[in-house]
Write a protein that binds this ligand. Structure first.
Ligand code: ADP
Length: 250
């Protein structure tokens, strides 16, 4: 279980960017972070990943992540960015860097086994020897997920992972994320811009505005009022066969 308690962070003294952030997610739950540009999503992710030092607590099964080393934290949380710039490597070696860059060791048989398993899981084995820079955007993003999974983390953080993908690949990446959460009972926290995808893939929603989590809960917290408040956009929520979506105007 992930629990964030009373987290605060500012880049400059006396100017908090994140204010009294409280958040909890069970194992296997997908938490969706929403909010307009500048709301504080990336800053919160950087705090989670240990790249920034906030005050407050970030607890994983009761253990405070702000008090453990970067290497120990990498064993718990892995990160999938919007787009990775890979080196001139094969798919296999790119995924292997998920183990080496975080754990700083020489690859052994166990590392190769983990990588092979992850490639198999994400249906990438057939392109394991291909240069990663020759792949499509969707394939590269799958490699980015594979690299994160090669860390064998307990939680995954996705920062708008589908920003540059077409909707077929966007859906593919979210489908993979959902499968990972359910099959591995892994907590996933994900920033999604597209509210229709958010409805389809989230279990719990955190709607941020000006550095606070202003609304939290199930899909019901995403309604005409809260979306207008957070994004300044008039929308209507529609429901078809139990699935919610948004249309503009309202
Ligand atoms: P989001 O990811 O929701 O777009 P960010 O976390 O990037 O929001 O930004 C939150 C606020 O922090 C914004 O006001 C932004 O200008 C500010 N900010 C982000 N990064 C820095 C930085 N490195 N130094 C100073 N201010 C920053």
């Amino acid at each position: 279980m992930l629990e964030i308690k009373n987290l605060e962070f500012g880049y400059k003294k006396g100017q908090p960017v994140l204010k009294d952030i409280n958040l909890s997610l069970e194992d296997g739950e997908i938490g969706v972070l929403l909010g307009k540009n500048g709301a504080g999503k990336s800053t919160l992710f950087k705090c989670l990943l240990g790249l920034l030092k906030p005050t407050g607590e970030i607890l994983h099964d009761g253990k405070d992540l702000t008090k453990i080393s970067r290497i120990d934290r990498a064993k718990l949380i892995a990160y999938v960015p919007q787009e990775i710039s890979f080196g001139d490597l094969t798919v296999f070696d790119s995924v292997l860097t998920g183990r080496l860059s975080r754990f700083g060791m020489i690859a052994g048989a166990k590392d190769r086994e983990v990588v092979n398993n992850v490639l198999e899981e994400l249906d990438l084995s057939n392109i394991a020897n291909k240069n990663v820079n020759q792949l499509s955007g969707g394939e590269r993003q799958k490699v980015a997920i594979a690299r994160a999974l090669a860390q064998e983390p307990h939680m995954l953080v996705f920062d708008e992972p589908t920003g540059n993908l077409d909707i077929q690949n966007e859906k593919l990446i979210f489908d993979i994320a959902k499968r990972i959460a359910k099959e591995k009972n892994m907590t996933i926290i994900i920033a999604i811009h597209n509210l229709n995808f958010a409805f389809a893939f989230g279990d719990k929603f955190f709607l941020m505005k000006d550095g606070i989590i202003k609304y939290v809960g199930g899909a019901e917290i995403l309604n005409e009022e809260t979306i207008d408040d957070a994004f300044g956009v008039g929308v209507k929520i529609i429901e078809v066969d139990g699935n919610k979506g948004i249309i503009f105007g309202g």
